[in-house]
Design a binder for this molecule. Structure first.
Ligand SMILES: [Zn+2]
Length: 358
């Protein structure tokens, strides 16, 4: 890279700050992904890992946000949980920005906002909106074809920077493969019992407003979906396909003892019809184009006519996690994990998300 190119890169990186988070009182420790794979030390991918240990017997849950840093509700759900969580039995571990590198850039050619701002009682907080993939400044060049390790499955080259194609990862692999490797080591070393990977997708994607489950998590997903239906919240169950490699819900389950689940909400800013693209669309999720598509029935989409607000998307994730943990506790009463302090979907819709940020 030329000197000019290097300077431009430094400038660009300096412009894109990560957010400061304010964990609640139940926090017991903050670690790093590099605690599980030293290769990440001092890299742009060495993300924080937050621990909440009740000190009492029970399961350990892992909650992962920011696999795709452009999917703001996945990240913000982890933030709301880490700033509000109370824990009575068991242990929770939260990684809000698991692909930290991807939070330092946006997807090219999409005119996406770099930030969104949320008003809280103490002032305005700014959060990064990132890219689906790791920053090319951290991992470059992309191969023409990305050969997934170790399955040998082939994806387009850009997918080599997509963390959710890189599991179970590789200790001496690319930066993104090393992040995946560190998460697998964490799952093993911390003896995680149940793990959530929080996502979003465009309203026109078939797997949206969904709970994707590994076969061994099926009973939990199905039980939770019935419970959520009673609350008036509808989730589509999706079995993780056995031959689709590199994804968390597949590889976490195949390579460790964990029960993995992935959840998707409907986020208009990720879709082709989104129209005016700004931070308001991240926050309110209101798009006149999707409204028309829904009204005319031109597309089969998952879109609420009031808009898919950040509150409703984060609320769906939180209610989904709580319902699945309740079902876990019914199935494994000797290892029950008991958490509290989290706002529900209905609390978030009523009071707005800023009320639940420190
Ligand atoms: Zn995603």
């Amino acid at each position: 890279m030329s000197a000019v190119g290097t300077l431009a890169a430094i400038d660009f990186r300096a412009m894109h700050h990560l957010a400061e988070l304010f964990p609640g009182k139940a926090l017991t420790k903050v670690g790093k992904l590099s605690d599980y794979h030293a290769g990440l030390k001092k890299s742009n991918a060495d993300s924080d890992v937050y621990f909440y240990d009740s000190g009492k017997k029970g399961a350990t849950v892992l909650i992962v946000g920011g696999t795709h840093p452009n999917e703001s509700a996945g990240f913000m759900t982890a933030v709301v949980i880490l700033e509000n969580l109370k824990i009575e039995t068991g242990r929770a571990i939260i990684i809000p920005m698991v692909n930290q590198s991807g939070f330092t850039c946006t997807d090219p050619m999409e005119a996406l906002p770099m930030y969104f701002e949320i008003r809280t009682d103490k002032g305005v907080r700014r959060f990064p909106s990132g890219s689906r993939a790791s920053n090319p400044l951290d991992q470059w060049p992309d191969p023409l074809v990305y050969t997934q390790y170790p399955s040998g499955q082939r994806y387009s080259g850009g997918e080599s920077r997509n963390l959710n194609r890189c599991y179970p990862g590789k200790a001496n692999g690319s930066l993104t493969e090393q992040v995946a490797y560190s998460v697998i080591q964490l799952l093993k070393k911390e003896k995680i019992d149940i793990a959530f990977d929080l996502h979003e997708a465009a309203p026109e994607i078939p797997i949206v407003k969904a709970i994707v489950y590994h076969a061994k998590s099926e009973a939990l997903a199905m039980g939770a979906i019935l419970d959520l239906e009673m609350d008036g919240l509808s989730y589509t169950p999706e079995l993780s396909p056995p031959n689709f490699h590199g994804l968390s819900h597949r590889e976490w389950g195949d390579n460790t003892d964990v029960l993995p689940l992935l959840m998707e909400t409907s986020n208009p800013i990720q879709g082709r019809l989104r129209g005016k693209t700004n931070s308001d669309l991240i926050l309110k999720g209101f798009s006149p184009n999707y409204q028309t598509a829904k009204e005319t029935g031109a597309l089969k989409i998952a879109y609420d006519q009031e808009g898919e607000s950040l509150e409703s998307r984060v609320g769906r994730h939180i209610n989904g996690i709580v319902a699945i943990l309740n079902n876990y506790n019914l199935e494994y009463p000797d290892k029950a994990i008991s958490i509290s302090g989290l706002p529900t979907y209905f609390d978030l819709k009523k009071n707005k998300i800023g009320k639940y940020l420190n």
